[in-house]
Write a protein that binds this ligand. Structure first.
Ligand code: SF4
Ligand code: SF4
Length: 318
C-alpha cells in the first residue's frame, strides 16, 4: 500500500478536477491496480472535523506511514507571516505543510500555485502566497532550497494551470511501483519525461510557424505565435504529445498556449495588453523568441522564410 495525503492551500481546486479526469491510469486504477490508498483528500474524502485531525496527526506521529504528501495551491503565509489567512484543522495550513513534508517519503506539488505561486502570487500578493520550493523562477519558496523529503528527493513539481491529469497519476504510479530512480527532474524539479519538449512539438501549426503565416483564434491554417501570443515554442510541456482528454490541446483547437507550465506564469503578471497578444518591438518584431534562438538570427531567418514563401499557398498536408 502507498499512502497519500492530499491538502490544498490557496487553490481553485482545478488540479483536483483535472486529477479526477485522469485516464492513463485513472484515479480508480490508482486504487485498484497500483495499491494507492488515499488517506485524505479534502474534496473526495468523507472525513470531517476531528476525523481529519486524527488522520493528519497519525501521519505526523508516524503511526501511519505517509508515502506521498501532495499539495495543491499556494502556501499562504499572510497575514504578516502568521498563516492565519488559511487556517485548517486547528492551525495554519502552512504549519501542516511544513510538518507533513518532514515525515513524507515524497512530496509532490501539483499545479503552478503549489510549484511556484502561480496567479495567486502575482504582486501585490495580499495573501503572501508562495510555492513549496520556488517563488516564481527563484528557488526557495516556503520550504527552502535545501529541503529534501525522506526519500532524498526535493519537491517534485508537476506544474500547469491545471496540470495534465496523466502527468499526476503517472508520477504517483512511479512512486507506488518503486520506479522513482527512472524519474529525472529538470532545474525546476519537473519530471523530464513530461517537461523536456516544447508544447510546439506535435502542434499541427508548425508548418505555418516556419513559414511565418499568421493565424488567429479558432482559425485553421496559421500559427498563433505572431499575433495572439502563443508560447508553444518556449513552454516545456507535452500537451501536443499526451493530448488532453486523449483528444486535443489548446493549439490543436487554435487557441494560443499561455505558457502555464513555466515558473513565470502568468507571464508579465497579467499586465494590461500582455494577454493573448504577442509583445513586440517596433510594432512587428516579437519581443520573445523561441527558446534557444538568438533574437538576431531568429529575426533574420523568419524574414527570409517570409520572403521565400510569401506567394506560395500553404499545403496543409506538409
Ligand atoms: S500555434 Fe503555437 S505551438 Fe503551434 S506552431 Fe504556432 S507557436 Fe508553435
Ligand atoms: S498548451 Fe500551454 S497553456 Fe495549455 S495546458 Fe499546455 S502548457 Fe498550459
Amino acid at each position: 500500500m502507498t499512502n497519500i495525503i492530499w491538502l490544498k492551500g490557496g487553490a481553485c481546486s482545478g488540479n483536483t478536477m483535472s486529477f479526477l479526469n485522469a485516464e492513463q491510469p485513472s484515479v480508480i486504477e490508482l486504487v485498484t491496480d497500483f495499491g494507492i490508498r488515499i488517506l485524505y483528500h479534502p474534496s473526495i474524502g468523507l472525513e470531517i472535523g476531528e476525523q481529519v485531525n486524527e488522520i493528519l496527526n497519525d501521519a505526523l506521529d508516524e503511526r501511519v506511514p505517509l508515502h506521498i504528501f501532495v499539495f495543491e495551491g499556494t502556501v499562504i503565509q499572510g497575514a504578516q507571516g502568521t498563516g492565519n489567512m488559511n487556517y485548517y484543522a486547528g492551525r495554519p495550513m502552512k504549519d501542516w505543510v511544513a510538518d507533513l513534508a518532514q515525515v513524507a517519503e515524497y512530496v509532490v506539488a501539483i499545479g503552478d500555485c503549489a510549484a511556484w505561486g502561480g496567479i495567486i502570487a502575482v504582486p501585490p500578493n495580499p495573501t503572501e502566497s508562495t510555492g513549496m520550493q520556488f517563488h516564481k523562477g527563484q528557488i526557495g519558496g516556503y520550504l527552502g532550497e535545501d529541503f529534501r523529503s525522506k526519500s532524498g528527493f526535493p519537491i517534485i513539481n508537476i506544474p500547469g494551470c491545471p496540470a495534465h491529469p496523466d502527468w499526476m497519476t503517472q508520477i504517483l504510479v512511479a512512486i507506488a511501483t518503486g520506479r522513482m530512480d527512472e524519474v529525472l527532474l529538470d532545474d525546476h524539479h519537473r519530471p523530464k519525461t513530461f517537461f523536456t519538449d516544447f508544447v510546439q512539438t506535435g502542434c499541427p501549426n508548425v508548418n505555418s510557424f516556419y513559414k511565418k503565416v499568421e493565424g488567429s483564434f479558432g482559425q485553421r491554417g496559421g500559427c498563433l505565435f505572431y499575433e495572439v501570443g502563443c508560447r508553444g515554442p518556449m513552454t516545456h510541456a507535452s500537451c501536443n504529445r499526451i493530448l488532453w482528454n486523449r483528444t486535443s490541446s489548446k493549439t490543436r483547437a487554435n487557441h494560443p498556449c499561455l505558457g502555464c507550465t513555466e515558473p513565470d506564469f502568468p507571464h508579465h503578471d497579467l499586465k494590461k495588453g500582455s494577454v493573448f497578444k504577442t509583445m513586440k518591438y517596433l510594432g512587428f518584431l516579437p519581443k520573445e523568441v523561441p527558446a534557444g534562438e538568438s533574437k538576431l538570427l531568429y529575426y533574420f531567418k523568419t524574414g527570409m522564410n517570409k520572403v521565400l514563401t510569401q506567394n506560395k499557398p500553404l499545403d496543409p498536408s506538409k
